[in-house]
Design a protein around this ligand. Structure first.
Ligand code: 4AD
Ligand code: MG
Length: 474
């Protein structure tokens, strides 16, 4: 007796075997005394059709009406070729055990429901085809991510979630503050009013960390410390941004993959980003065929051929200055005016990838230093920095990266210029004092990758439990 896992075709190798399947009822119908139960255990998109006649053990549970959509079951039977045209194999049931009944109020019945509705049912939506498939492809992308970096000699480093530094300097951090337990008035709530000194300022001496601490916006600075010791490293973990943007591309909590390459420049960085993206896309095309076919039919028509192009074709590269020229020459009227020095808005990014370069990933490099973070290496023109963004169709910015400023004096000058407190970056500056090396890295938003790979248009459907302004349920 074995479990069946691994997709619809797997069954053909198992004909005449006795199997035990554990899963949830997707649909249930009776045809005179024959009962058809579609069971799904989450291992693949296809349901297993279980055909049960009245002589099977457990038939009384059908008669008493206990089995309905959403119920959990254990079914034992023999796998046979299916008479029906929809599936190749089906299970001829010998024995059925009802594990958990499902109340008739179960909200995910056979009719299609909107993804907006399913967001209000995040605890049950993985039981739909779409969210089951997204979860499996997300898992495959995470696996392929580790596989790619491990095979290329990168060491995975865990960057902290709580930190005192603001990597991006954009002031988008969530503050973490709690009183040290001994100074709490009540023991039942970790959150208490922040103590103030007599002049009204915050009394950090009573705070758990003794100073302002935040949820990290990026693990990069910590990644750099390990890259300047272990050479190539990467982080892969949750990051947080208190951006008040209600868009289909922003989350307050998202996962980021951040490789950091030692003895490397911007060209090495772009080559790594390209090889990485091609590797993970190829991985899911080869290993998630059934789910990808589903996305190709139901979510974004043609996504498989577009992703195959990503694997095979080389990506476009151009400088920020050339990108601005291209936008200035565009016939399209943009809502946000374009001029050298402006940050690219999503309408500009979409124009570049979808119109100007016909759906190909595009890497833009050498951005004006005014619109980029303090750690990026200044180019010889003193106006731009060695930064790169990779833009992809529909999603826009998938990757942001740069060569880091490894020269101590340049970095100190830049911190001063931005009026950032040099003292608080003392350990980061130390990396430039002791054996500094040219190094570069990038950050890839994992949910944007999931969007790109599945065609799911809202980022809130690319993560199991989305966090966005005003929503932290589940
Ligand atoms: O461009 P960003 O802000 O770059 C950094 O954080 C660098 N420290 C990365 C590095 O060089 N190690 O963010 C990197 C990527 C973006 O390109 C985007 O894909 C994603 O993170 N991202 C978000 N994804 C979802 N929701 C948000 N609010 C995001 N903000 C950034
Ligand atoms: Mg960015």
């Amino acid at each position: 007796i074995v479990d069946i896992k691994g997709g619809p075709d797997e069954g053909l190798n198992r004909l005449d075997e006795t199997l035990v399947v554990r899963g949830w009822v997707r649909t249930f119908r009776a045809q005179s005394s024959i009962i058809f139960i579609e069971v799904n255990d989450g291992s693949c998109l296809s349901n297993l059709q279980c055909v049960m006649s009245s002589d099977a053990e457990g038939y009384d549970q059908i008669e008493s009406g206990l089995i309905s959509t959403g119920a959990s079951l254990l079914v034992q039977g023999v796998l046979v070729k299916s008479q029906g045209s929809k599936q190749k194999v089906e299970l001829k049931v010998e024995k059925l055990i009802l594990v958990g009944t499902s109340d008739p109020s179960f909200p995910i019945q056979k009719k299609r429901v909107s993804r907006e509705f399913l967001r209000t049912k995040a605890h049950l939506r993985p039981r739909t085809n779409t969210f089951g498939a997204v979860a499996r492809v997300r898992n495959a992308l995470a696996y392929a991510t580790h596989k790619f970096f491990q095979e290329n000699g990168f060491v995975w480093v865990s960057s902290p979630i709580i930190t005192a530094s603001d990597c991006e300097g954009a002031g988008e951090q969530f503050c973490v503050t709690t009183l040290i337990p001994s100074s709490r008035e009540t023991t039942d709530s970790p959150v208490a009013a922040i103590p103030r000194t007599e002049d009204g300022s915050v009394d950090w001496s009573q705070d758990f960390f003794g100073k302002p601490a935040f949820l990290t916006v990026s693990g990069q600075l910590n990644g750099e410390t390990y890259a300047t010791a272990l050479s190539d490293v990467y982080t892969f973990g949750p990051t947080f941004r208190a951006e008040n943007s209600n868009t289909s591309r922003h989350l307050a909590e998202f996962w980021m993959i951040e490789p950091e390459l030692a003895f490397a420049d911007l060209d090495d960085d772009m080559a790594c980003a390209t090889a990485y993206l091609q590797y993970v896309v190829q991985y899911i095309l080869e290993n998630c065929k059934e789910d990808m076919d589903f996305f190709n039919t139901w979510i974004e028509k043609g996504i498989i051929s577009r992703l195959s192009d990503v694997v095979e074709k080389s990506f476009v590269q151009l400088t920020y200055t050339d990108a601005i020229d291209l936008l200035l020459k565009a016939k399209k009227k943009f809502e946000f005016p374009v001029k050298w020095g402006c940050d690219l808005q999503s309408e500009h990014e979409r124009y570049i990838t979808e119109v100007a370069f016909g759906g190909c990933p595009v890497i833009i490099r050498d951005y004006p230093k005014e619109i980029k973070a303090f750690y990026m290496r200044e180019n010889d023109d003193e106006k731009t920095v060695a930064a790169m963004d990779m833009l992809v169709p529909r999603v826009g910015e998938l990757i942001g990266g740069s060569q880091r400023e490894e020269r101590l004096e340049h970095l100190e000058k830049r911190l001063d210029g931005l009026k950032l407190n040099k003292e608080s970056y003392w350990w980061y500056l130390d990396l430039r004092r002791y054996g500094s090396v040219p190094h570069a890295g990038f950050g890839l938003g994992f949910e944007r990758l999931v969007q790109f790979a599945t065609g799911i248009d809202n980022i809130r459907d690319a993560i199991p439990f989305p966090r966005a302004p005003g929503s932290a349920e589940f």
